[in-house]
Design a protein around this ligand. Structure first.
Ligand SMILES: [Zn+2]
Length: 1253
């Protein structure tokens, strides 16, 4: 786009009727003084009443004129229709160079009136004299105008006399010199050739059409041809992309002009409305007229119609619908606003070249600014800025908010400019996140939120994170002229309201004023209440004493490979390293060809280093290596054979980029240290910068608002990488930490290192993955499982499991105990018990430690009970923490097992025989080890100082479990030695004739059970029939369709006697699948009515009533908030561990019949807990959406078999229930049916399956 000086606005452009000749003669000289740049044309006076049938070839006056009301009819009260006095407002959008201020234009107008026909200027009559109008509107540079004959439309014989005007953008022709609205308008951008033809004639050629004009004299013709050629020469066709060109429309489409038979293609662009006969004409740049909106007024007249009123004419439009009418009215009103805006400020701000492109998306001619953030932005981005709220972004228009634009503020914007300001705000924008002028609103919102609310792409100030130093630096800096530094300080956390410590100038603002820095003062004054990007300013930081970063310097030879953009996965041989002289100085790490060179081969600013990783020795060709990761995603590998030099370098480099606030990290023997962005539980909106160091299995962190903390990676409840590998989620007791992948390279390194560190590190106790109470997860899981499923198992711990399965279990636990859930039906009691034993037997160092094991053994020989007990206590307290906690958990468990020895036959002695040699890892030839274990179990309460109430409760709970299981066993009598159940399943409804008895092997899934029952009844499965297996409570108030992959046996075990299994169609499944398919990810939020019932193992009392709560369900959790605006969830449940039933017990009086019952069982060893609560939705679809979302989350989107049930049915392996057991064929049902199936079965046991269709 061209840029230019203030144009001269020659007074000769006026075109009073009486001065025609003078004017024409003066044209050639004057137009040359005009800048050859885009200047749009303001309206000329015209009357659209002179209908001319014989007129132009593509103007259809029949269509055009009747719809426009004449404004100059004497008998109309025009004063009502003159919406605005055009006086003093001269905007025409293209005129970048139009710098007339009000005074000048008034002058100009006055002159016009006095010199010319001032008496004719009677605005109240509704009719302006042509002269006056010309004066007031001809500010855009008309290059030439005059009378010409225009060739007639095809076939017609006569030339038509036309008043023709040329400006740089358009050639227009009018019926006469008084018209404001042209009969035709040709965009000069589309004129491809202008040449003289024949006598006095010249042709104007566009791509599709040729216009022939005839001048009155040869001189005139020559002049027209010259100016037209000047005007079009060298211009690239269609390059007219400036705002205000119809080629950059704000709104466009067909509109009916009242009374016309066909519609006109109408384009609203900036401050003009263009009319075209049709869209084709629009595309070739040949139109009817343009309407300047500075004199326009728009009002609705009817459902679909509206009037655009100008002093010269009323255009009555009819839109295609009411909705479109609203949009047209809005667009035209915007155009009026545009026309009336003041462009002085914008013109000045754009003088700084980078301000002429939006700071966020790059769109040209941005007309808005965030005055506190110092960025100039386009209208669309400004909308998103406004969405951040004025406390973050103070949005002002360059054109309309004239008052705010003080000289100082304009100077600040000129001094800074989008480019420099973006060197701060957008220092680190990943190309994938950058906006373009065509980005959608969603992208804009995300980007602008990240950029300004979170400061995600900021360039961090070196003092970042240290409040005191930042404040200090601000106070110093406002005394000089570096405004950008002030901006950087403010938005990296310096407090503009901080105390300077000087009585006479207590604040940075007063200090800036005192030092005559008005621009600094201006910037500060707009940020006095700004809410800063949240991540940085921690209160706790204030307390940290700041010592200036030590000016680290170090040098020496290192060996270096070429820098990489990817992680180092392979071993780098010695040959791949080159010897380099390296220096660390003045906050930069540089490497040179040799120590003689003065120009470095490369350098890395300390502030650009985001991570330093120390490799394990001998990972590469050089014994000791370390990796440096830069902000710009490069990885540098350095090595040396000298361990001391390696250590020294690592220490020095870490020191150079780790801020003082995280200085304690430097004292740790870290494997990896650096900067990461993270969020934690309470504030998930804003991420903060944290400094992290990984040492063994502990992640040390200094988050912006904390004093340093530790995350014990082996004790995490959960560790996962989510959102397309961009977030590392660490769930520990009481909180969740989300570490964000701000950059890919170093983040991937951290993920790998953290995952490895969170796995089990070896075969000693403390190297295992642990529970919160320091018990290895493997021990915890096995004990928990045996408590739930094995207490009744005869000879538990004495019987051996299947060796291969035990080995596999041990291996699975070793790999990742966190991910393994022991499940009944899937895992066998004896396999699990033997896994536990094997773990202890193979444990490095042993449970009692190699040091003290002998003392433990010898203690058992002591005769005096009380001496013995205190000796055990002494030994117990000498055990490492993890050993002690583990021993207590195990002895507690064994104590419980022997309390139920009547059932499981494992009394004290039997257990001691098994566990003595296991725990002491000996051959058990003598009973010493056994006796020790016997002592520990027998005196469990005394030695471990157990709370007996607690123990009593625990035993009661086990009794409940046992009772429950006994009931189950009577209901589903097990006929198989393998522990399979024969269970009663109903088809479609619970009645005797619908009963089926099915043997349920441990591996049987709900889908297989459904198929089994359908097979037996010979029921075909049609497409979109979602046969499911339902768990239904007896009163049928609650039910739950089992997921098709869910195993049936554990469900049978878990449900009480008042439930049954039912096979029926899941009618809502189709709707749920459709719903889920319509969602990008499985999540949902909204209000539901909530009621709670808390109980320990179903013994509790229900309480309370239903209350509105706001819920957010996503892949991690279901969070409950008191209300939408609450920041903190009242409750937070892991979504995957919830069991959701459709329906709520009636006695709870649910407020609607669309309820869900949710069960949450936590399996903590200390107190197994079962919570049950209720959610009520207002509508059935609402309930289905919640249910579907739960389902999708719990099964990772796999809610129904891809190929339907038929496929499972067809490919189903023949269950062993079939073989030779005729009694498993339907016992009930119609006699015929039974007979048939028995006959079929005895003939060919597979017949029933073949029958499946
Ligand atoms: Zn923008």
């Amino acid at each position: 786009m061209q840029k230019d000086q203030t144009p001269q606005v020659p007074p000769r452009i006026r075109t009073p009727q009486t001065l025609e000749n003078t004017q024409q003669s003066s044209q050639p000289d004057t137009h040359l003084t005009l800048p050859t740049k885009k200047v749009s044309q303001p309206p000329l006076e015209s009357r659209l009443d002179s209908l001319d049938d014989s007129s132009d070839d593509y103007e259809d006056p029949d269509l055009f004129y009747p719809g426009a009301h004449r404004m100059n009819t004497p008998d109309r009260d025009m004063s009502l229709q003159v919406p605005r006095q055009p006086k003093g407002r001269y905007s025409s959008l293209c005129s970048d160079d139009e710098l007339l201020d009000d005074d000048e234009s008034n002058l100009w107008q006055d002159e016009g009136i006095s010199n010319l026909q001032g008496s004719v200027y009677l605005p109240n009559s509704g009719r302006l004299s042509s002269a006056t109008k010309e004066d007031s509107s001809q500010l855009a540079a008309v290059i030439k105008m005059g009378w010409l004959d225009k060739n007639p439309p095809q076939g017609a014989l006569y030339y038509q006399r036309r008043w023709v005007k040329l400006d740089v953008d358009y050639l227009r022709y009018f019926d006469n010199d008084k018209e404001v609205y042209s009969k035709g308008i040709i965009s000069t951008a589309f004129i491809s050739n202008v040449s003289s033809v024949g006598e006095l004639k010249f042709e104007v050629v566009t791509n599709n059409r040729t216009f022939i004009f005839r001048a009155e004299s040869e001189a005139e013709r020559k002049d027209w041809v010259t100016v037209l050629q000047d005007c079009t020469r060298g211009r690239h066709p269609r390059s007219t992309m400036s705002p205000g060109s119809p080629l950059t429309p704000d709104y466009q489409g067909y509109l009916e002009l009242r009374g016309l038979r066909s519609k006109l293609y109408t384009v609203v662009a900036s401050d003009k409305v263009f009319l075209y006969k049709n869209i084709e004409d629009y595309r070739i740049g040949v139109g009817i007229t343009s309407i300047e909106m500075n004199v326009g007024n728009v009002k609705d007249t009817d459902r679909r119609s509206f009037d655009l009123t100008t002093p010269y004419r009323i255009f009555s439009f009819i839109a295609e619908s009411e909705q479109l009418r609203e949009q047209w009215v809005d667009a035209m009103r915007d155009a009026i606003g545009e026309a009336l805006s003041n462009r002085e400020v914008a013109e000045r701000i754009w003088v700084e070249p980078s301000n002429s492109l939006c700071a966020d998306c790059g769109a040209p001619k941005p007309e808005w600014a965030a005055i506190n953030l110092c960025v100039v932005v386009c209208k669309r981005c400004a909308g998103e800025h406004r969405g951040l709220g004025p406390s973050i972004s103070k949005v002002r228009s360059l054109k309309m908010d004239k008052k705010v634009w003080t000289e100082e503020l304009i100077q600040v914007f000129l001094l800074l400019g989008n480019e420099r300001v973006n060197s701060f705000w957008a220092a680190n924008v990943p190309p994938s996140e950058a906006l373009t002028p065509s980005s959608c609103s969603e992208e804009r919102r995300r980007f602008i939120t990240n950029k300004y609310r979170q400061g995600k792409y900021r360039k961090y100030h070196p003092l970042y994170g240290n409040q005191r130093e930042l404040n200090n630096a601000l106070c110093i800096n406002v005394q000089c002229s570096d405004v950008l530094e002030t901006l950087s300080l403010i938005f990296c956390g310096a407090d503009v309201n901080c105390s300077t410590g000087m009585a006479s100038w207590p604040s940075p603002l007063s200090l800036a004023n005192a030092h005559s820095q008005p621009l600094q003062a201006e910037l500060i004054s707009h940020n006095l209440n700004t809410e800063l990007p949240r991540s940085e300013v921690g209160e706790a930081m204030n307390a940290v004493h700041y010592t200036a970063l030590p000016c680290v310097s170090h040098n020496g030879f290192l060996f270096k490979t070429a820098s990489m953009a990817r992680a180092v996965t392979e071993r780098k041989a010695r040959e791949e390293f080159s010897r380099r002289w390296c220096t660390l100085n003045d906050g930069a790490f540089s490497y040179y060809e040799s120590d003689k060179n003065s120009n470095p081969n490369g350098a890395l600013k300390a502030s650009e280093i985001v991570c330093l990783a120390v490799d394990a020795p001998e990972k590469h060709g050089y014994e000791h290596t370390f990796e440096l990761y830069s902000e710009s995603e490069r990885l540098y590998l350095f090595g040396t054979d000298d361990p001391d030099s390696h250590k020294e370098w690592v220490k020095s480099i870490a020191k150079s980029f780790i801020p003082a606030s995280a200085e304690p990290l430097l004292r740790l023997p870290f494997e990896r240290i650096g900067r990461l962005k993270c969020k934690d539980g309470l504030n998930l909106q804003t991420s903060k910068v944290g400094w992290f160091a990984l040492v063994g299995s502990t992640l040390h962190a200094y988050l912006a608002d904390s004093q340093g903390e530790e995350v014990h990676l082996r004790k995490l409840n959960e560790l996962s990488i989510q959102q397309d590998n961009e977030v590392l989620v660490l769930v520990e007791r009481g909180r969740t930490l989300y570490i964000e992948g701000e950059r890919k390279l170093d983040f991937a390194g951290w993920c790998g290192a953290i995952q490895a560190a969170a796995g089990s590190g070896g075969d000693t106790l403390s190297q295992q993955q642990l529970t919160e109470t320091d018990i290895p997860l493997i021990v915890h899981s096995c004990i928990d499982y045996i408590t739930q499923c094995g207490m009744m198992s005869e000879g538990i711990y004495r019987k051996s499991g299947v060796n291969s399965r035990v080995a596999a279990l041990c291996e699975r636990f070793r790999r990742d105990a966190r991910s393994l859930r022991l499940r009944e039906g899937e895992h066998q009691v004896d396999d699990v018990s033997n896994t536990l034993k094997r773990f202890f037997r193979e444990l490095g160092e042993g449970l009692f430690t190699s040091e003290d094991a002998k003392t433990w053994l010898s203690t058992s020989a002591s005769q005096d009970e009380s001496v013995k007990i205190s000796q055990y206590q002494l030994l117990l307290n000498r055990l490492p923490r993890v050993n002690k906690a583990t021993l207590q958990a195990l002895i507690n468990h064994l104590y419980c097992v022997q309390r139920f020895s009547e059932i499981n036959q494992m009394n004290l002695h039997n257990l001691a025989i098994v566990f003595g040699p296991t725990l002491f890892q000996n051959d058990g030839k003598d009973y010493t080890a056994g006796r020790t274990i016997e002592d520990l179990i027998q005196h469990y309460i005394l030695i471990f100082e157990v709370d007996e109430q607690q123990l009593k409760k625990q035993l009661e709970e086990i009794s409940v479990i046992i009772q429950l299981r006994e009931k189950l066993n009577t209901k589903f009598p097990s006929t198989e030695p393998g522990g399979h159940f024969i269970c009663t399943v109903y088809l479609e409804e619970k009645k005797d004739t619908a009963e089926q008895h099915v043997k349920i092997p441990g591996s049987m899934t709900a889908a297989e059970l459904s198929c089994e029952v359908l097979d037996r009844r010979n029921i075909p499965v049609k497409d979109k029939e979602y046969w499911s297996c339902w768990e239904v409570s007896d009163k049928e108030e609650m039910e739950r369709p089992l997921h098709y992959q869910e195993r049936v046996l554990p469900i049978l075990h878990s449900f009480g006697t008042d439930s049954h299994l039912l096979i029926k169609k899941h009618v809502a499944m189709d709707a749920m699948i459709v719903y889920l398919a319509s969602k990008a990810d499985a999540s949902k939020h909204g209000i539901m009515k909530f009621r709670e019932e808390r109980s320990i193992l179903g013994l509790g009392l229900s309480s309370g009533s239903f209350h509105d709560r706001y819920f957010i369900l996503n892949s991690n959790s279901l969070r409950m908030y008191k209300e939408i605006r609450s920041n903190r969830p009242e409750r937070d449940w892991p979504a995957k561990n919830l069991k959701v039933y459709l329906g709520i017990k009636k006695k709870l009086r649910p407020p609607t019949c669309w309820g869900l019952t949710v069960v949450y069982e936590s399996k903590k060893q200390e107190k197994p807990e079962k919570q049950q609560w209720y959610l009520c939705c207002d509508t059935q679809p609402e309930m289905r959406e919640w249910y579907a979302t739960f389902l999708s989350i719990q099964y990772d989107g796999n809610v129904w078999p891809q190929d339907g049930l038929q496929q499972i049915r067809a490919s189903r392996a023949l269950p062993d229930t079939r073989h030779g057991n005729v009694s498993l064929i339907p016992l009930r049902g119609s006699e015929n049916e039974m007979r048939n199936s028995v006959a079929a079965f005895s003939q060919d046991p597979l017949a029933l399956f073949r029958d499946v269709r």
